[in-house]
Structures are given as C-alpha cells and as structure tokens.
Design a protein around this ligand. Structure first.
Ligand code: 2PG
Ligand code: MG
Length: 430
C-alpha cells in the first residue's frame, strides 16, 4: 500500500510552544498522524529540533522551515513508498538528511513523518498501533514512574532536582499503580497545602514546591506516602530525575538552592548517600551526560540495588548505549523518540538495551501533545516502564489512560510484572 501524500500543520504543545503534526495519507485514503513532542532539559547529543529562530515570530520557536521540509523535500522522497516498510522509509529519510544529528531537515520533521507513517500502517492493517509496531509481540503493561514534585528547568529552578517521582512497587496490576499514585499525589497536595508550601504547577503537572533544601522534598514525599498508609520502599519507592547535566558547569556540580558546589566524585557520593538514606529505587541522570567516570563510580557503588537510567547520557542513541553497556555506566536507558528522530532507531535502541539485560524506560517530553504514541511503544516493545510526568493535565493523562485502553484490547494476553522487572535486571531493591 503506497503513501500518496504528506501534509503538515504547525500545532502547539503543552507549554503552548509551536510543534509539528504530520499527516501521511495512503492510496485507499486512510491517513495517520504524527505529533512531535519537545524537551526543555535537552542533552547535547540529541538530534536537532529545527526551529525557525525568527525572534519576531513565536520568540523564534516557530517550526515553519521543518514544516516546509516535510511538504517538499521529504514528501518527494517518501511519496510512492510502501507504508508497511517503516525501516526502509526511516533509513531513506536518514540518508536524505545526511547529517549525524538530523540537523539539515530537522529531527522534528523526520520524526513527525516517521510516526505518521507508523500510525497510517496500523490503520490500514485495521489493528491498534501497539500490535502493528512489533507484529503483536508486545503484551507487557508498564510500571509507571509518576511525578509528584517538579523542579529544575521545569519549574524555573526553584528546586534543583528536576523530577521527584514515585513507583508503585507492591502493585499487582497496572490499574493498581494508578490508584496508588492517585492516593499519593493527592496526599502530597494536602501535605503541601497544610504547610503553605505550594507555589504552582511545574511543566509536567507536578506540584511546584517552595523548599530550602532538596532533601526536604524527600521528607514531604515520605510524609505523603505514609499519610495514605503505604510503606516507603516496600509499597511505594522514590524515583528521581536529577537531570545533572543542567547542574554541571566548568567541572563542578552546583545545587543552587543550597549554594553547594561539588566536584564529580563528591556529587557521585551525594547520589550514593541519598540512595543509602532514602527509599530511592531509581535515579535518572545522576551525573552529567559526558561524565563517564562519575557514572561508573555511581554504578559501581549502587548499581546492584538501584535502577540507574541514562537520559541525556544516552539520548536514545545506539552508539552511546553500546558504549555505556561496555563501560557499565548505568543499568537502564530512557527512551525518547525525538532524541533520535525515527521510530526505527527508537526500536533499535530499545532492543539493544534489552539485549544487554538493561531496562528501557519509555518517556514523554516536558513539552507534550494529546498524542499517546508512547503508550503503544511501551507495550509493543515489552519495555516494562513508562514515564510521562505527573498524574494531572490532559497531555499526561492521555498516556496513562491509553494504557488502560490497550489493556482492554489485549484482554487475557495482557501481562504486568511491575517491580519484578528490577530483579530480572539484577537489581535487588533493599
Ligand atoms: C526528562 C524529560 C521528561 P525534558 O528530562 O526526562 O521529564 O524532560 O523533556 O525537558 O528533557
Ligand atoms: Mg531526564
């Protein structure tokens, strides 16, 4: 079944910034859409998000050049291709762009096309995307990582750490993870309101708190977990995204809130210390993206008891993941479609992670749309974990809700492993 046209729209993401929606249509008139997300705490090794840079329009953030690439140069190469040949199509776009970071045509343009074609293929087959993406081999519902407090670049740096999340460790079903998260999320709101510490909503829907020390947030989170009767570390674990690349400059890590500065090995010790003192089960980007030695130190000390996820560290990039596996810098990989820019490369990054016995965590961006592609991706690849931000706001809930629909579609073949995933990857939670 041939692709007959590509069209594109400039739409707006959850921060109100312009982004792309691509529409791929095939011979029988069926079309698929691809909605492109956008990060704020981006890694330097990510594929390039092409923005127009004209300050007089949308503060330079419009994507009209990327849009034009979709409608002209990419359309010329893609129209007439088989909608079911995702790999061939993605490879053709990579060749057409011909830069390592997709900087000529823009990773947003290329990814929009890649996702729209994946969606069109599913619709032509008449099956859901999760089934179409990997031929029906995906049946595992994910364990969510859900944000309670947001900080870092998503809350104007009011607290240094970017994401304070929870994972429902004792849940025996996907629904139960949502119910437990609901309980903790609302209890955290009550705790903050009582203490007069609420300052608004961070970019991914979590509470934006007023605190003097980063560690105070752990105490508030523990209070919320206990308030609803869960045992911290047993029923509910803490998961952090330090986004340490944003804290690193000129050889030092800085916690601005506390005016503390650390050398690499000192910051690694702080991370190790936190894991030893709080019920933390997962840390993403504990060290800056290119601080390979710092990563090795953290992995060597706590890699057998805590999930260590590389986000900016790996940028969903096969070469970087392979190097990480060879040097043993982490034990999990954050998977973001727009860090690498095609569906095919994203699937390869997940496969490579799984082959190494590491854990893939499929993730949204801080700038999201109403699209729920990633919920399908997580199930299709049996990734086992999904990170979408908080338990509020429709662009976040769209993803959590979609997993419920997928569960219904899968019926009795749906599986849920929850926190058992960690043991399978050699991580024994204390
Ligand atoms: C991250 C993401 C999502 P951003 O760092 O993991 O929380 O943020 O999309 O801004 O990179
Ligand atoms: Mg991150």
């Amino acid at each position: 079944m041939k692709i007959t046209s590509l069209d594109a729209l400039q739409i707006f993401d959850s921060r109100g910034n312009p982004t792309l929606e691509v529409i791929a249509t095939v011979e029988n008139g069926i079309s698929g859409h691809g909605l492109v997300p956008s990060g704020a705490s981006t890694g330097h090794h990510e594929a390039l998000e092409l923005r127009d840079g004209d300050r007089s329009r949308f503060r330079g953030k419009s994507v009209l050049n990327a849009l034009s690439h979709v409608k002209h140069e990419i359309a010329d190469a893609v129209v007439g291709r088989d909608v079911f040949d995702q790999t061939g199509l993605d490879e053709a776009m990579i060749r057409l762009d011909s830069t390592p970071g997709k900087s000529r045509l823009g990773a947003n343009a290329i990814l929009g096309v890649s996702m729209s074609v994946a969606n069109a293929a599913a619709k032509v087959r008449g099956i859901p995307l999760h089934e179409s993406l990997t031929g029906g081999t995906g049946t595992l519902l994910p364990l969510p990582e859900i944000q309670i407090f947001g900080g870092g670049k998503h809350a104007q740096g009011r607290i240094d750490i970017q994401d304070f999340m929870i994972m429902a460790l004792s849940a025996s079903s996907y629904e139960e993870t949502l119910e437990m998260t609901f309980n903790v999320f609302h209890a955290a709101g009550d705790v903050m309101r009582k203490r007069g510490l609420l300052a608004g909503v961070a970019d991914e829907g979590g509470y934006w708190p007023v605190f003097d020390r980063n560690e105070d947030v752990f105490e508030a989170l523990l209070a919320a977990i206990e308030l609803v009767g869960y045992a911290p570390g047993k029923d509910v674990g803490i998961s952090l995204d330090i986004a340490a690349t944003d804290l690193y400059e000129g050889g030092f890590y800085t916690l601005g809130l506390e005016q503390r500065r650390f050398r690499s090995h000192e910051f690694a010790e702080l991370m190790i210390n936190w894991v030893q003192n709080y019920p933390i089960v997962s840390i993403e980007d504990p060290m800056a993206e290119d601080d390979w030695e710092g990563w090795k130190q953290v992995r060597g000390a706590i890699g057998s008891r805590c999930q260590l996820i590389g986000d900016d560290h790996f940028t969903t990039n096969l070469q970087r993941i392979e190097r990480g596996v060879a040097e043993q810098t982490a034990n999990a990989v954050l998977i973001k479609l727009n860090q690498i820019g095609t569906v095919t490369e994203t699937l390869r990054a997940i496969e490579c992670t799984q082959r190494a016995g590491w854990l893939p965590v499929v993730s949204a961006r801080s700038g999201e749309t109403e699209d729920a592609f990633i919920s399908h991706l997580a199930v299709a690849t049996n990734a086992g974990q999904l990170k979408v931000g908080s338990f509020s706001r429709s662009e976040r809930m769209a993803k959590w809700n979609e997993v419920l629909r997928i569960q219904r579609q899968l019926g009795s073949s749906a599986r849920f492993k929850g926190a058992k995933l960690f043991a399978e990857a050699g991580i024994s939670l204390p």
